[in-house]
Design a protein around this ligand. Structure first.
Ligand SMILES: [Zn+2]
Length: 276
């Protein structure tokens, strides 16, 4: 008989789906071991003591047992439920976005306490932020760095010359900002507004205590969302609209018990612009 190996972990629930009659399979991001998959048995039963602690985005303390294929959650205790995220559709949608990006940009069992700390800090910031989109952009820029996809913003991504603050372009496939000489080389170079460029650099290099104090115009918010969206889309090699805000909004509506938007958006419908 094999000895059961138990391990304590702190985790955020990134994703979950129902399994069997009363179980759930969870995608967790743990501080100790990075992303992993676990089963919570019987968690959908009303009497389950674990259920309230394993809601989406909840930060929890777990006792995990090594199973044959999946970890098994044997105990769960909430550290922070980020309650306000569940009371506001827009905040819920942004929380989905953070969880989904963490899931998509990280590999299983690759420990990254930095990603865990960023995720928990930004879920906390989302509960109170006046401008949730700024939390999302900061999270994206920093997660890209931690996951090994840091966009180049200080030297031209192609010729490596030091960049001025104005007159540059941005190429998702090139890996970041391009000097005026290189702007025409890749086919996907985007206009890089000077203000948006300065904000991106700020987000990449400053703490949230500084970055969170920025106040941006709707035009700059839109420009930033287009730039990071195009960059992430290029990395994931998939249409961001399939993972993006509309889908998050639908999931959020469903989780809050609101009437969800139609499940099939017309294919040519643009990704939702910045929420109000
Ligand atoms: Zn260049």
């Amino acid at each position: 008989m094999s000895r059961v190996h138990l391990q304590r972990s702190e985790a955020v629930v990134l994703r979950r789906h129902d399994y069997g009659e009363a179980d759930r399979i969870l995608t967790l991001f743990t501080r100790e071991r990075g992303k992993l998959h676990a089963i919570a048995k019987g968690v959908r039963r009303i009497a389950s003591r674990k259920s309230g602690h394993l809601e989406l985005f909840t930060r929890c303390r777990l006792l995990l047992a090594r199973g044959r294929n999946l970890e098994v959650v044997t105990q769960a205790e909430t550290v922070d439920a980020y309650g306000p995220l569940r009371e506001d559709l827009v905040r819920t949608a942004y929380a989905y976005h953070l969880a989904e990006l963490t899931d998509r940009l990280t590999a299983d069992e690759n420990p990254s306490p930095g990603v865990f700390d960023l995720l928990t800090a930004m879920l906390g910031a989302l509960t109170v932020a006046e401008e949730p989109s700024l939390v999302a952009r900061y999270f994206e820029v920093r997660l890209l760095g931690l996951a090994g996809y840091r966009p180049q913003l200080f030297h031209c991504a192609l010729c490596q010359q030091l960049l001025a603050e104005e007159g540059n372009a941005f190429s998702p496939s090139g890996g970041g900002a391009l000097c005026p000489d290189c702007a025409g080389r890749p086919g996907d170079a985007l206009h890089l507004d000077g203000t948006a460029f300065r904000v991106l650099r700020f987000l990449q290099t400053r703490d949230w205590s500084d970055a969170g104090a920025l106040r941006l115009s709707p035009a700059t918010r839109g420009a930033l969302e287009r730039l990071t969206g195009a960059y992430i889309e290029q990395i994931l090699e998939r249409d961001l609209s399939s993972m993006g805000f509309l889908r998050s909004l639908r999931s959020a509506a469903a989780s809050l018990g609101l009437a969800a938007a139609p499940d099939t958006a017309p294919a040519d419908r643009p990704v939702a612009a910045e929420p109000a």
